[in-house]
Design a protein around this ligand. Structure first.
Ligand code: NOJ
Length: 588
């Protein structure tokens, strides 16, 4: 008997009222369904995916050539990190032209070809929209530098006079996420030291002033430009940062490095940081939602990268007239501990449901240590911001085992999910990258205090015995690939039972067939009170109940009598019980 669930996905109370729930039939994917509520999206980091021309940097034709691999993997959509014109001070998150492709990655024709090929294979394409800041080489910023203080050109960014007798001190005490001061002083046209401009990230990433109507109009233009070319929406970079508190007041809480993307308001009794999660930001997303809704069905969507706490604040980004998805970073950051995971799952689903939105699960991206490496470290400390050769090294086998179990858990959860390229191969971070190769501005701006994010950005291994493991034809790769990557290459895993690639393929295929992304979710009563077990039941229309059970404890765990195993992250024990750090999907 299935228990009534408090965690039913939005609309499931009265399915007849909800067009998104009408067709909850295994395997059927009608056009009218809100695809984004359960889609699995694969993040491509273009510079590291596939290099077609041998320059050592991935490119759009390289991606297009590998799309059949993604179709076979079974993903619904891809999100591509920026490939726009950029001086690459932050690997393309410093955009000089939002409506053109950087020649390093190809051309507009290559982007069109990619979008068309993806559509032919049934894969939707999402792009990365970077609205908090542009590059300092964007035409508007160049114009701003050439213009007078107080000019219309400067009003598109945050230019301010400095403090101190001669304006020699920054206008406030904000720090850059990448380390150092968040302001840079410019030299005026007459050669004198002048105003300062704000950059929450690198000095080459000046923040836009979203009070300025030009900025609004230009982003609407950019959105239409790409949607008209066939993309299905955008992941929105630093979605919680666009609006700053009036007057740019000082902020004395020490927010360091990437952690400062979190607004530090866990328990709700701290003042809100003046640069993050300001209420005014939501008006921008309402404006964009109206633009996207005008395209009709299938929906064109927005997914927020909003490092906002608590989750009650984060879901404000996915109210019905704003964005569609927001990454659930609580899940990504959760320690490998059953009670914590259970809490995050239950709470996230309940709070998302309160605004009628799905939860969007994620374990890795291009900014965080990959889950295989993260989960191979002791779980009693916060996650590291990069791992350097001098840091404690992850236990690779343990990390992989847990990562496989974590993904098996994640893909059973109702809602949407994102995968990061290479996680389907079980790739670890490169943790012994020589400093001379590091390109993340966070490494340089902290004087090496933060190893930075290069370790999770190393190019993909496709073929063990090919130059650069098949990344490109020349053997070059912009970051060196660790020797061990050869063992993880796709050609070593394809068709090999038990490989991580085949595990991902089975999970995605089964998830689709059983429409797990639409399941009604409730705790699996058989494991109530077992502190090392994560166990949930998914009830779907016209199918048997499916359970996901994860054992995080030291002793094997018995499975419910009569249960049929659908997919397991590792082999079960001889007596069919569930070993440590293993997850399984069962029909009940
Ligand atoms: C978030 C992106 O994911 C990250 O890579 C980038 O450095 C910052 N935003 C700044 O754009």
């Amino acid at each position: 008997m299935t228990q009534p669930s408090l965690l039913d996905p939005p609309g499931t109370d009265s399915p007849s009222d909800d067009p998104t729930h009408l067709e909850s039939v295994s395997g059927s994917r009608p056009e009218t369904h809100d695809w984004w509520r359960e889609a699995v999206t694969y993040q491509i980091y273009p510079r590291s995916f596939a290099d077609s021309d041998g320059d050592g940097l991935g490119d759009l034709p390289g991606i297009t050539a590998r799309l059949p691999y993604l179709r076979d993997l079974g993903v619904d959509a891809i999100w591509m990190s920026p490939f726009y014109c950029s001086p690459m001070a932050d690997a393309g998150y410093d955009v000089a032209d939002y409506r053109d492709v950087d020649p390093l990655f190809g051309s507009i024709a290559d982007a069109d070809a990619l979008i068309e090929s993806a559509a032919d294979l049934g894969i939707k394409v999402l792009l990365d929209l970077v609205p908090n800041h542009s590059s300092d080489e964007h035409v508007w910023f160049r114009q701003a530098l050439a213009a007078e203080p107080g000019s219309l050109e400067r009003a598109r960014y945050h230019f301010r006079d400095g403090r101190g007798e001669h304006g020699e001190l920054p206008p406030n005490n904000w720090k850059s996420v990448f380390g150092g001061v968040a302001w840079t002083r410019v030299t005026e046209a007459d050669g004198t030291p002048g105003q300062w401009y704000l950059h929450l990230f690198d000095p080459k990433q000046p923040d836009f002033d979203w009070d300025n109507p030009d900025v609004h109009a230009d982003f609407v233009r950019t959105i239409a430009f790409w949607v008209d070319r066939g993309v299905y929406g955008f992941r929105v970079d630093v979605a919680h940062g666009l609006v700053k508190a009036a007057g740019l007041p000082d902020w004395d809480v020490d927010l360091e490095l990437l952690q400062s993307w979190r607004d530090g308001d866990q328990d709700g009794d701290q003042p809100r940081a003046p640069m993050w999660d300001q209420d005014g930001v939501h008006e921008i997303y309402r404006e964009w939602r109206r633009v996207l809704d005008a395209y009709g069905k299938p929906a064109r969507i927005l997914c927020a990268e909003a490092w906002v706490e608590p989750v009650e604040r984060a879901v404000r980004y996915i109210r019905s007239d704003e964005m569609h998805q927001t990454f659930n970073f609580d899940f990504l950051e959760c320690a490998w501990q059953a009670t914590k995971l259970n809490h995050v799952i239950e709470h996230s689903l309940a709070v998302s449901a309160s605004v009628g939105a799905p939860t969007t699960w994620v374990l890795s991206n291009h900014d965080v240590v990959r889950q295989t490496s993260r989960l191979g470290l002791p779980q009693d400390r916060p996650r590291p911001h990069g791992i350097g050769a001098g840091d404690p090294q992850p236990d690779r086998a343990l990390g992989l085992r847990r990562a496989r179990a974590a993904t098996t858990l994640m893909l059973a959860l109702p809602g949407a999910a994102y995968l990061y390229q290479g996680e389907e191969l079980g790739l670890p971070d490169s943790t012994d990258l020589p400093d001379s190769y590091r390109q993340d501005p966070a490494f340089a701006r902290t004087g090496g205090k933060s190893a930075g994010r290069d370790g999770c950005r190393v190019p993909m291994p496709w073929a063990k015995d090919a130059p650069s493991f098949g990344f490109g034809p020349s053997g070059q790769s912009w970051l060196p690939q660790p020797e061990v990557y050869g063992d993880y290459a796709a050609d070593q895993q394809e068709g090999r039972p038990g490989s991580t690639l085949e595990l991902y393929r089975s999970l995605l295929q089964t998830r689709h067939q059983l429409a797990l992304g639409r399941g009604r979710f409730s705790p699996l009563e058989a494991y109530a009170g077992q502190p090392d077990v994560v166990a949930w039941r998914s009830k779907g229309a016209e199918r048997d109940d499916v359970a996901v059970v994860v054992n995080l404890g030291p002793a094997p765990v018995r499975l419910p009598p009569g249960a049929q195993v659908l997919v397991a992250s590792e082999a079960l024990c001889d007596d069919s019980s569930l070993p440590t750090d293993t997850a399984v999907w069962l029909t009940l």
